[in-house]
Structure formats: structure tokens, C-alpha cells
Ligand binder design. Structure first.
Ligand SMILES: Nc1ncnc2c1ncn2[C@@H]1O[C@H](COP(=O)(O)OP(=O)(O)O)[C@@H](O)[C@H]1O
Ligand SMILES: [Mg+2]
Length: 261
């Protein structure tokens, strides 16, 4: 972990969006296949959105340049919006995703359930959202496994997020691999990346999260060395009951089987 996840760089690193294409960071506005015309059109989108400036920096290196993150649909860079630091997700030029509007709609929806980074704005190729600073849960837990209180508190908070997502009727779609989908901020864990979300599937946010924490995963093996893992049969039974009827009682039963109740 380096860079932004630990500390903040000076504000003077920020490049006004209109000058962005003259700098290294400008490449990421139209990435991985840079095209001048497309890039200029994207800069216009940022101006219209009210994004003031963008900057290099963050825990992930892409060809030697540190940025906030990279996925298969977008690259995420630091930006300044209405005087505050935010995360700017730019649509990759090689993604099948046609526009950012779908993901932005999902973010807007889960924000009402107190989940996900806050959405500030979006356009065809960009999402402007709350900047979340901290390690992925998968990395955080490796360095904090002995802090029993914090481990239990964060796992409980992660399950609460998954429960709220289920209640919201939206399926995140990637919580079978939770390692990189929860960022542990100073205020607690937060879920990211609604790129693969859908209202068309039965939400399985909680069951996927529980399975990726406690069943047959490398995390479960690691966790089991320090804490008692939930009883397998009891957990399967509790998950089954919850799947049939995802109500508060059944959620609390899962918590109690996981020794978190
Ligand atoms: N709001 C945010 N604040 C800080 N970093 C973020 C934020 N959203 C995403 N990231 C970083 O960017 C990476 C890629 O974002 P993600 O939404 O997963 O893109 P994709 O849809 O392409 O998978 C994430 O793994 C994370 O490291
Ligand atoms: Mg992703």
C-alpha cells in the first residue's frame, strides 16, 4: 500500500481538465487506446460535469503511473469536484459496456440504502463519485487479524452492507470475490463497483458474502487459524432459510451461526 491510501499528496498535483491532455494523467481519460478526438470529446464531458481537475496518485500502478484503480470496465483516477477530492471512473475504450449510465443508476439506487460510494454525477464515459481511502478488506484483514474487536466489527459491517443490498433488491454480482470489493475506510468498510449489478437476478449479496468469507475460501482458511469458523451444517441451514425467505430473523440467525450475533 502506497500513495493515497496512506496519505494525501499536495493539491498542486492537480491538472485543470482543459489541460489534462497535455499531461501523463490525461491518457487515462481515454484508455487503453488513446484517440485525440475521442479524448477531447471526453474532456468536454468533464467540463460539463463540473469536474475541475485530475491528478496522478493512488495505490495501483498502471505502466508505472500510480492511479486509484483499474478494472475491466473502467480506470479510476483522482479528481477535484466542487472543491473536494473525488474518484473519477472513466469508461475503458475496450469495454463492451456502452455507457456509464447503467452503473450510475445502480449507485444512485444503493446510495438510498446507505451503500456504495456517493454518486456526484455521470456522463456517457464517466462517473464522479465519493473517494474511498483505505485498503481492500482482503489486505486490511491480513495486517489486523489479531485485532479481534476490529475484525469482528468490520465483518459485521460488511454483512450489514450485504443485507441492505439484498433489501434494496439489487444484486451486486461480484461478491463471491469480496476481497477487492470492500474498501476499509477510517469510518468502516464500504462496497464498490456496481458495474455487474442487476435487478433481474434474485439478490444473493449476503449469501455470496458469507460464502466467500467462511466457506472453502483462502480467507476462511486464514480466519479459521485465528477464530472459530461457523459450524458448516448450521451455516448451510441458515443460508438456505435466508434464501427462501430473506428476512431479518433469518439474517440474524446467520449472524449468530457466524458468532457475530
Ligand atoms: N470510489 C472509489 N474510491 C477509491 N477507489 C476506487 C473507487 N472506486 C473504485 N476504486 C478503485 O478502482 C478499482 C477499479 O474500479 P471498479 O469499479 O472495480 O472498476 P471495474 O468496473 O472496471 O471493475 C477498484 O478495485 C478500486 O481499487
Ligand atoms: Mg471491478
Amino acid at each position: 500500500m502506497t500513495g493515497l491510501r496512506e496519505g494525501r499528496s499536495g493539491l498542486n498535483d492537480y491538472i485543470p481538465v482543459k489541460k489534462a491532455l497535455e499531461h501523463k494523467i490525461g491518457e487515462f481519460l481515454c484508455w487503453p487506446q488513446f484517440n485525440q478526438e475521442e479524448a477531447e470529446q471526453r474532456v468536454e464531458q468533464l467540463v460539463a460535469l463540473g469536474v475541475e481537475s485530475i491528478a496522478i496518485g493512488g495505490p495501483h500502478g498502471v505502466l508505472g503511473t500510480p492511479i486509484l484503480g483499474k478494472g475491466h470496465a473502467g480506470v479510476v483516477i483522482r479528481a477535484m469536484y466542487q472543491g473536494q477530492e473525488v474518484a473519477l471512473k472513466a469508461r475503458r475504450t475496450d469495454t463492451r459496456r456502452g455507457s456509464m449510465s447503467r452503473e450510475a443508476g445502480f449507485l444512485e439506487h444503493v446510495n438510498q440504502w446507505d451503500a456504495g460510494p456517493k454518486l456526484y454525477g455521470f456522463s456517457e464515459d464517466f462517473i464522479v463519485m465519493e473517494l474511498l481511502v483505505g485498503p481492500y478488506f482482503g489486505d486490511w484483514v491480513k495486517t489486523h487479524i489479531d485485532d479481534r474487536k476490529a475484525v469482528i466489527k468490520n465483518i459485521k459491517a460488511i454483512l450489514d452492507i450485504a443485507w441492505r443490498l439484498d433489501q434494496s433488491s439489487l444484486d451486486h454480482g461480484e461478491l463471491t470475490r469480496i476481497r477487492r470489493h470492500y474498501i476499509v475506510t477510517k469510518e468502516g468498510p464500504r462496497v464498490i463497483d456496481f458495474e455487474s449489478a442487476s435487478f433481474d437476478r434474485q439478490p444473493s449479496n449476503l449469501t455470496c458474502t458469507v460464502q466467500s468469507l467462511f466457506m472453502n475460501t483462502s480467507f476462511a482458511g486464514f480466519y479459521g487459524k485465528h477464530y472459530s469458523l461457523p459450524n458448516r451444517e448450521a451455516l448451510i441451514e441458515a443460508l438456505r432459510a435466508y434464501k427462501t425467505e430473506p428476512n431479518l430473523d433469518h439474517y440474524q440467525e446467520i449472524l449468530s451461526v457466524c458468532n457475530l450475533g
